[in-house]
Design a protein around this ligand. Structure first.
Ligand SMILES: Cc1cc2nc3c(=O)[nH]c(=O)nc-3n(C[C@H](O)[C@H](O)[C@H](O)COP(=O)(O)OP(=O)(O)OC[C@H]3O[C@@H](n4cnc5c(N)ncnc54)[C@H](O)[C@@H]3O)c2cc1C
Length: 382
């Protein structure tokens, strides 16, 4: 490819969605990744992801996740791939918990189809669940499971079909930017481009530090180690498949939050949301300990007795957290032609195609319809 209009650095969920969106709009786009995603080293790994609309974190996310839902469905219709299993979702906890109150607030503010179930209501609807006393649940229809590998394969395939060039195993080792453009030093030669998008996930500060300039910027981002686990149910235990069981999030009395995904072929998946060790991608312990497995098994067995008879798999994955857990979609503080795209804090995957529309608008039009004030870089510059 001659000089691409735009280079996208990092081809995880967000970089892949963006090369697809830019190519769809006719831009000449080059995507670079130092590995061959989806790989297990960053954040886009682990077979499946939850999507949900009754967004406890903040109602501002509801229009964005709804738009993303439309775009995932469009991709399915276009390609025939199955990317989403609509299972419904249950956000459970004490009536005054952040999860229940936040989910209810978003559902009511945006008129989402939902029900508030008490303990008996949960047991009747989902007999495999045994909520503790006083636990209630917000049940929403539109939640479900995103099939990560199929999503990524489809995004890469469609991006290439629209003319994007994807260079895997190409590491960016340095860069500089001025009004005339950006020069990237890579493991397979230099690349020049008028504009670049950095979507390196947990390596954002590593990549920013590679700037060949007076004062490379560093952002308030924290990398957090997370483990995910797959369990096989005890013989005879029913009601755990994606046709019968919703995704769930459970806020426990001590503030721990567990999420579960029904069996889509690898067993019931469970993990804790946050509460992980602060690490770097280079030094993180990538082995899951017996203690971590036992903790999740105990929590899952308490919530869904018989669902975690024995472990079948486990993996380590990384969150890139901002202090307020909102995303980062903004221009580099010193370079208008460098866009920073980091949407994680453990909840970014579901939004990928919609955030790609936002980023493509910013790169191609200079502005976007979606209010990205909450995603500004200024709040992350120390
Ligand atoms: C355990 C876990 C569970 C999660 N569950 C959910 C969920 O249920 N729902 C949800 O919506 N979200 C969830 N998330 C969050 C979601 O997975 C992330 O927000 C998303 O995957 C982030 O993607 P990314 O593209 O920013 O980063 P990554 O996937 O990490 O991609 C970054 C890419 O940049 C490349 N790169 C880095 N440096 C360089 C360089 N110098 N040169 C070239 N390439 C480079 C890397 O190789 C990598 O492929 C979860 C995350 C984890 C860890």
């Amino acid at each position: 490819m001659n000089t691409p209009d735009i280079v996208v650095a990092g081809l995880g969920a967000h970089g892949a969605s963006l090369v697809h969106e830019l190519a769809l709009r006719g831009a000449s786009v080059l995507g670079l990744d130092m590995l061959t995603p989806p790989h297990g080293q960053g954040s886009t790994t682990g077979r499946t992801r939850i999507t949900r609309e009754a967004y406890y974190e903040d109602p501002l996310y509801v229009p964005l996740v709804q738009r993303a839902g439309e775009l995932w469905t469009e991709l399915e219709e276009l390609t025939g791939a199955v990317l989403v299993r609509r299972t419904g979702g249950l956000m459970a906890g004490m009536p005054q918990s952040e999860l229940v109150l936040g989910s209810l607030a978003s559902a009511r503010q945006h008129g989402l189809p939902h029900e508030l179930l008490d303990g008996d209501g949960i047991r009747r609807r989902f007999p495999v669940m045994q909520p503790r006393e006083h636990v209630v649940g917000v049940y929403e229809l539109n939640a479900g499971v995103l099939l990560l590998d199929a999503c990524m394969r489809t995004l890469y395939g469609q991006a290439q079909a629209y003319g994007a060039e994807l260079r895997m195993d190409t590491r960016i080792t340095g860069w500089s930017a001025d009004r005339d453009g950006v020069r990237l030093t890579t493991s397979s030669g230099d690349v020049r481009t008028p504009q670049v998008v950095f979507a390196p996930g947990p390596w954002m500060n590593t990549l920013l530090a590679m700037e060949q300039g007076p004062a490379p910027v560093q952002l308030e981002l924290v990398i957090e180690r997370q483990t995910t686990h797959w369990f096989a149910p005890a013989p005879g235990v029913k009601g755990l498949s994606a046709d019968e069981c919703p995704i769930t999030m459970l806020e426990m009395a001590d503030g721990l939050m567990m999420y579960t995904l029904p069996d889509v072929g690898h067993g019931v998946k469970a993990g804790l949301h946050h509460h992980g060790a602060i690490v770097t991608p280079e030094t993180v312990d990538r082995t899951v300990s017996t203690l971590e497995e036992q903790l999740l098994r105990a929590l899952l067995e308490d919530w869904m007795p018989g669902s975690a008879h024995h472990a079948v798999d486990a993996s380590v994955c990384l969150y890139t957290n901002t202090p307020d857990h909102h995303f980062l979609v903004d221009r580099h503080p010193s370079h208008e032609n460098v866009l920073l795209l980091s949407a994680c804090s453990g909840h970014g995957f579901k939004f990928a195609p919609a955030l790609a529309e936002v980023a493509a608008d910013l790169m191609l039009e200079g502005t976007c319809a979606f209010d990205v004030t909450a995603f500004a870089v200024d709040r992350l510059v120390g």
